[in-house]
Design a protein. Structure first.
Length: 237
């Protein structure tokens, strides 16, 4: 039995709350169980300097964890004067995941930045951030369309993410911290609503994992992404 009493294929309760940041062009507070991430989209009417004159836009992300998002206080990275390697990895992952489903030329020479701030962490912060960031991005693009900044939305598909792992010899989905900290294998899957794979991250913490275990995790992730995309759609109604 998992520490949370969930079945191997059972995700935590996922809740989307839209429009929580008053001044952002799009925002979403997403809850994956006890992991809570605030995602806010900001529009800039110009692309990054290296992209100017190329006739396309850019979608990027920044990620941060509040000092008391965890059981003990973590120093703000701003106070250390540098962004950690983990933070850089996660924010690049979020950006790549979102760009995979946006027609950047149709966005025009503009940039949308999604700020993903972890308010409370209990495992799966990057997957929650990606899933919530898509909703914030979608609402930002809708805001632009309503104001005739865009003729129509350049969004091509949904994107969502979920963690899977091997814990106690069994493949399970959506690891909380208790499982993540003891897992033999830890993986993250990013997929589109149509089932395309955007990114797969996986690592063995002890013994190497088998191809069979990888396929078991992939099957769990596919089913989980279907649920998450369904919840994204329901949140937009």
């Amino acid at each position: 039995m998992r520490p949370s009493k969930r079945a191997a294929n059972e995700m935590r309760k996922v809740v989307f709350e839209r429009g929580v940041a008053r001044y952002a062009e799009g925002s979403c507070l997403i809850r994956f169980g006890e992991t809570h991430v605030l995602c806010a989209a900001s529009l800039e009417d110009k692309p990054p300097p290296w992209l100017r004159g190329q006739g396309r836009g850019w979608v990027t992300a920044e990620y941060a964890m509040l000092p008391r998002a965890t059981s003990t206080r973590t120093k703000r990275e701003s106070s250390t004067g540098r962004v950690s390697g983990r933070t850089q990895e996660i924010q690049r992952l979020i950006g790549r995941s979102l760009r995979a489903v946006v027609d950047l030329p149709r966005l025009g020479e503009r940039q949308i930045t999604i700020d993903c701030d972890v308010l409370q962490a209990d495992g799966g912060t990057r997957t929650a951030a990606i899933t919530g960031a898509w909703v914030a991005l979608r609402d930002c693009l809708a805001w632009m369309t309503q104001r005739s900044i865009l003729r129509d939305s350049p969004l091509k598909d949904h994107v969502a993410a979920v963690s899977c792992g091997v814990v106690g010899g069994e493949a399970v989905i959506d690891l909380d911290y208790a499982e993540d900290s003891t897992a033999e294998t830890d993986a993250n899957f990013v997929m589109t609503g149509s089932g395309g794979l955007v990114e797969v991250q996986g690592s063995a913490e002890g013994a190497p994992f088998s191809e069979g275990e990888l396929l078991q995790m992939l099957a769990l992730a596919r089913a989980g992404i279907v649920q998450l995309v369904g919840l994204q759609k329901a949140a937009l109604v």
